[in-house]
Design a protein around this ligand. Sequence first.
Ligand code: CA
Length: 228
Amino acid sequence: MKETILIVEDERDIVKMLEYNLGKEGFKTLSARDGEAALSLAGKEHPDLILLDLMLPGMDGLEVCKALKNESRTTAIPIIILTAKSQESDKIVGLELGADDYITKPFSPRELVARIKAVLRRMKEKSAEVFRIGDFIVDFSKIKVMVKSKPVELTAKEFELLKKLISANGRVLSREHLLNTIWGLDRAVEIETRTVDVHIGSLRKKLKGEGKRIVTVKNYGYSFEREE
Ligand code: CA
């Protein structure tokens, strides 16, 4: 699946240049011209990475960074900050606020793409082939789940759900997102979002004590608790 990058920048020419270059590299792009739009898009669309310019109208980039990191739905999305040379001290604040990397304007598209790939690679390494907390083991390549040394039989959809939730690195995933990516449906809401709830219910039951790691976010979706 294509990775999605949210571009937060008010300068149209830069947005166009980024859309072109990222598109060429096989990324899907979304863009927001100010902080408010960025926060709402990030919560709704779950991009894989955010490119965040610090100079924005209204809410500035650092405030946006802080808000993204303080919100459970967006906290795990990696952020690369775009700064001007004159904002050297802001980039340090940005990194302290939880941004993953920064790049100084003007930058070459090639350098930016390399940075993006490096950040995405680091994110993926975090969610490796085998997920393990104590005696709860999920082997993504062998499609096997063990709880307290006993195999757990999951349906294909249940396994995909569990994988999505674990791979989200603590991000909250909306029911619509799960529905669209796992069931591939994009139809009216009521019956289908309940489908997600039903599968989550049986998944929790099958995972026994570990089922409580799947956390319900009321009226929105689910997240996975990775802590011991
Ligand atoms: Ca700007």
